[in-house]
Write a protein that binds this ligand. Structure first.
Ligand SMILES: NC(=O)c1ccc[n+]([C@@H]2O[C@H](COP(=O)([O-])OP(=O)(O)OC[C@H]3O[C@@H](n4cnc5c(N)ncnc54)[C@H](O)[C@@H]3O)[C@@H](O)[C@H]2O)c1
Length: 416
């Protein structure tokens, strides 16, 4: 592990930036966390956290108490700058092409440009379209022409180094995975990649693999696209099997007995802000070539509508059906509702007015946005139709006797 202590600015203190800033601080680096939200800054400076992630509270408290982590709304001079701001996509109108929204990265770059000095290292951690790290370097060159031509083996036009280090952590396991996961570091130049490697070595036990910035950017996008394509295959199978009267869960279990087959599990769609977003960055960059990746996105995006149609068909049997929606999060045993197909389906069901909707999300209290929540007991007692949208542990344990009189639509195979 590298023992060099550096001054580091981390821009963006969310699910990625805050754990990274805190772990760097506990390794002895002097860290300034920067966020545009004054509330986030105040919360962190008081040693508390604003997001739900196991063990993060302890890590942040110890980083702040050590004096090595402070938060502010504006950056200061430092040795290293890490950018971890959001990278969503834009869609001007429904059905239009989805394009990456780089406005957060541009704003972060403009914020750090005035305080950059010769020899600094700028690391982009946000998941980004290919070429974004070079784009940041070009922006800095334009904003700070005084940084001049490289005398340090840095970016060809600048004396500042630029690298991309994508993040692979799994929400719910971020602290462990930050330390244990293998990492890819792509430098705009080789010295940039090597400098970034030395920094990550100070807290990362996993393997560190160096490449150029474009390959590193693409690697992250490809990892999530690979998951998306494989899930789309399972989702398409579930629709085909429904038409052919085959139990898709049994089918996949049997097919996976083949030593070289590993089909994933279908669901009501694909959620979260990574797998459902990142493949579009590839499609936007190579629209004619990325045919499979685009189709997979479309298959997964269409799945919630197919689920809705199935509920609609079953609801026709009832005069005033009560529809119990089990789970709203985007995956099992978490409270994260971002881009959740379960939430989308529940909202659509409420808006459709085909029945009374009772939603149960055991990881969220009282209310999910505008949707009122009910206990599992209440939903099991009242619902005519039970729609399983998330495979939370609580649902797996439901007594099957209680389901006998119900119409069950199980999108996750909880009661396969
Ligand atoms: N969350 C994950 O599991 C995960 C995993 C891998 C990669 N990523 C990627 O990491 C990046 C960050 O994601 P996240 O989940 O941490 O986002 P987040 O929404 O949790 O946090 C982003 C933070 O950045 C702040 N911010 C926005 N613009 C800013 C600016 N100009 N200056 C300073 N702060 C600013 C926001 O206020 C917010 O606190 C994204 O590109 C995401 O795709 C996320």
């Amino acid at each position: 592990m590298s023992k060099i202590r550096q001054s580091i600015v981390v821009v963006g203190l969310g699910y990625i930036g805050l754990p990274t800033a805190s772990i760097l601080a506990t390794k002895g680096h002097q860290v300034l966390g920067v966020d545009i939200s004054e509330e986030v800054v105040a919360t962190i400076n008081s040693g508390k956290i604003h997001i739900v992630e196991p063990d993060l509270d302890v890590l942040v408290r110890s980083a702040v108490n050590s004096g090595n982590l402070k938060a502010a709304c504006a950056p200061e001079q430092a040795d290293v700058f890490i950018i971890a701001v959001p990278t969503p996509f834009r869609q001007s109108v429904p059905g239009a092409e989805k394009t990456p929204d780089l406005s957060f990265i541009d704003a972060a770059t403009k914020a750090i440009a005035p305080v950059l000095r010769e020899g600094n290292l700028v690391i982009l951690e946000s998941t980004s379209p290919v070429g974004t790290t070079e784009r940041i370097a070009a922006m800095v060159a334009e904003l700070r022409p005084d940084l001049g031509t490289s005398r340090t083996g840095a970016h060809p036009a600048l004396s500042v180094h630029f690298a991309h280090c994508p993040e692979r952590v799994l929400p719910g396991h971020i602290i462990r995975e930050l330390v244990d996961n293998d990492r890819i570091i792509g430098g705009v130049t080789r010295p940039a990649a090597e400098l970034a490697r030395d920094l990550y070595r100070s807290f990362c036990n996993g393997g560190i693999f160096l490449t150029d910035s474009k390959t590193a950017e693409m690697a992250k996008l490809v990892e999530n696209s690979s998951r998306d394509v494989n899930i789309a295959f399972a989702n398409e199978l579930s629709i085909i099997c429904d038409r052919l009267g085959i139990n898709v869960w049994e089918l996949i279990e049997l097919a996976n007995k083949h030593p070289r087959v590993n089909i994933l599990q279908p669901g009501p769609g694909v959620g979260g802000h990574c797998i459902a977003v990142d493949p579009w960055f590839i499609v936007a960059a190579a629209p004619k070539e990325a045919r499979l990746i685009r189709t997979a996105r479309e298959v997964n995006d269409a799945k919630p509508h197919w689920v809705l149609e199935r509920v609609r068909a079953k609801a026709e049997r009832f005069r005033d059906p009560v529809i119990g929606c089990l789970g709203l999060a985007f995956k099992a045993n978490i409270d994260d509702l971002r881009e959740s197909p379960a939430l989308e389906i529940t909202r659509e069901l409420i808006a459709s007015g085909i029945g009374e909707v009772m939603a149960c999300e055991p990881n969220v209290e009282h209310q999910a946005g505008e949707i009122p929540l009910y206990s599992l007991e209440e939903v099991l007692r009242e619902a005519d139709i039970l729609l399983v949208l998330v495979d939370h542990d609580e649902f797996k344990e439901i007594d099957r006797e209680l389901l006998k009189e119900k119409v069950v639509i199980d999108t996750r195979g909880v009661w396969r």
